[in-house]
Design a protein around this ligand. Structure first.
Ligand SMILES: Cc1ncc(COP(=O)(O)O)c(C=O)c1O
Length: 356
C-alpha cells in the first residue's frame, strides 16, 4: 500500500454547488462534486482515486445485487466556529466498518484508505460543508462485492467508495414510535451489530406498516419474547427513569453500537448522571410511565443527532411525553452540538481536522 500522497485526483470540470439550495437541503438528496473509489482484487487494495461524482457501471450478475454483501457507515463533517472543518469521531466508524466487514466475510479496509481517503475527499469538497445550525456534510463510506458471477460465495473483489451529501436536520418534529411485536430486526448470532445493507432492507416493510398506522418509526423488541426494547430505525434509544438514564446494553449483539450512543453516555456521565446499559423490558417502561417516573424518551444517531419521542405506543397503551420538558435531552444535544461546532471544549479529541 502506497501512501496517500499517491492518491490520484481528477477534478470535476464544473461544480453543482450553485444549483443546490443550502436553506432546504433535506437529507441525502444532494451529492458533492467528487467521490472516492478504491478496488480490492487478488487479496490487495489498490490505490484510492478521487473522481467526479457520477454513475458506476456493472454487469447484471454483480454479486452484491443478488447476495447483499454490502456494508456502509454514516459520519458527519462540520464547519467549526473557527472556520476550519472537522469530522466527528471517524475512527469509531472506521472500527465499526471493519467489524461489519469481518462479519460479512469482506476484507478490512486499511486506515490510509478509510480515514486518509476521507480527509482528502473532504479537502477537495470542503466548500460543501454547510454553516447553518444543525446542518453538516454527511459522509457515506461503503463497500460492496464486485464479482460478476452467480453463486453464494464471498466475492473475491470489492469496491470501497465514499460519497458526501450536505444535509439538514433528519427529523423536524418529535417522533411517534410504535413498539414492534410481530417483525424482528435481529437475533443473537445474526448480523444486528453490523451495518450491512440487508438489515435496512428487512426493516422497510415493518416500517411501512408502522407508517400506515400513523407512526414515524419502530422501536424493535427482542426476537424471542418481544419483551426487551432494542433500538429504533436508525437510532439507539434512551429513557430517563427517575434520576437514571437507561439504554439497552450491547451484549446480545443485536443492536448497532452507535457512536452517538457512546457520546451521549460519556457526556451524561460527565454531567454526573447515572447511565445504565442493560436489558429494559417494555413492562418496566409502562410501569414507570404509570408511576410518573418515565420522563424522557429519545433516540440518538448520527443522522438524527438526538430526536425526542413524543409518543410511544405498545399494543393499545399509548405513552405521551412532553418534548418541551425533556431537559436532559436538550442539554445533551446542546453539549454535543457545541463540541461539533467548536463552541465547547473537546476533551476527548472527538473532532478530527480534515487538514494534515
Ligand atoms: C440501526 C441503527 N442503530 C443505531 C444507529 C446510530 O448509530 P450512530 O450513532 O453511530 O450513527 C444507526 C445509525 O447509524 C443505525 O442505523
Amino acid at each position: 500500500m502506497q501512501t496517500m500522497g499517491d492518491i490520484k485526483i481528477t477534478k470535476a470540470t464544473t461544480s453543482k454547488m450553485s444549483s443546490v439550495d443550502f436553506k432546504n437541503l433535506g437529507f441525502g438528496k444532494h451529492f458533492t462534486d467528487h467521490m472516492l473509489v478504491a478496488e480490492y482484487r487478488n487479496g490487495i487494495w489498490g490505490l484510492p482515486e478521487i473522481l467526479p461524482y457520477g454513475p458506476i457501471c456493472f454487469d447484471p450478475s454483480l454479486a452484491t445485487i443478488h447476495y447483499g454483501q454490502s456494508i456502509f457507515e454514516g459520519i458527519k463533517a462540520y464547519r467549526l466556529k473557527s472556520g476550519t472543518e472537522a469530522v466527528f469521531r471517524p475512527y469509531d466508524n472506521f472500527k465499526r466498518f471493519n467489524r461489519s466487514a469481518s462479519r460479512m466475510e469482506m476484507p478490512e479496509v486499511p486506515e490510509e484508505i478509510f480515514i486518509g481517503g476521507m480527509k482528502r475527499l473532504l479537502q477537495v469538497d470542503a466548500a460543501w460543508i454547510p454553516e447553518e445550525y444543525d446542518h453538516s456534510l454527511y459522509i457515506r463510506p461503503f463497500m460492496f462485492a464486485t464479482d460478476e458471477i452467480i453463486g453464494v460465495n464471498p466475492s473475491a473483489s470489492y469496491k470501497f467508495m465514499i460519497i458526501l451529501s450536505p444535509v439538514g436536520p433528519y427529523y423536524a418534529a418529535p417522533m411517534r414510535i410504535y413498539v414492534e411485536e410481530q417483525f424482528v430486526r435481529a437475533v443473537p448470532g445474526g448480523v444486528g451489530y453490523a451495518k450491512t445493507a440487508g438489515n435496512y432492507a428487512a426493516s422497510l416493510h415493518p416500517a411501512a406498516v408502522a407508517k400506515q398506522r400513523g407512526y414515524d418509526q419502530i422501536l424493535w423488541t427482542d426476537a424471542h419474547a418481544h419483551k426487551y426494547v432494542q433500538e429504533c430505525g436508525t437510532m439507539n434509544v434512551f429513557f430517563v427513569i427517575g434520576d437514571v438514564i437507561v439504554t439497552p446494553g450491547l451484549d446480545s449483539g443485536t443492536i448497532l453500537e452507535g457512536v452517538t450512543r457512546d457520546s451521549v453516555i460519556a457526556v451524561a456521565r460527565d454531567l454526573g448522571k447515572t447511565v445504565e446499559e442493560r436489558e429494559i423490558s417494555i413492562d418496566e417502561l409502562v410501569d414507570a410511565y404509570k408511576a410518573g417516573t418515565l420522563t424522557e424518551a429519545f433516540g440518538a444517531g448520527t443522522a438524527a443527532t438526538i430526536a425526542k419521542i413524543a409518543e410511544l405506543r405498545y399494543k393499545d397503551f399509548v405513552m405521551n411525553f412532553d418534548p418541551s420538558s425533556m431537559h436532559l435531552a436538550d442539554q445533551l444535544k446542546s453539549i454535543l452540538t457545541s463540541i461539533r461546532d467548536g463552541n465547547a471544549p473537546d476533551p476527548r479529541g472527538w473532532m478530527l481536522s480534515i487538514q494534515g
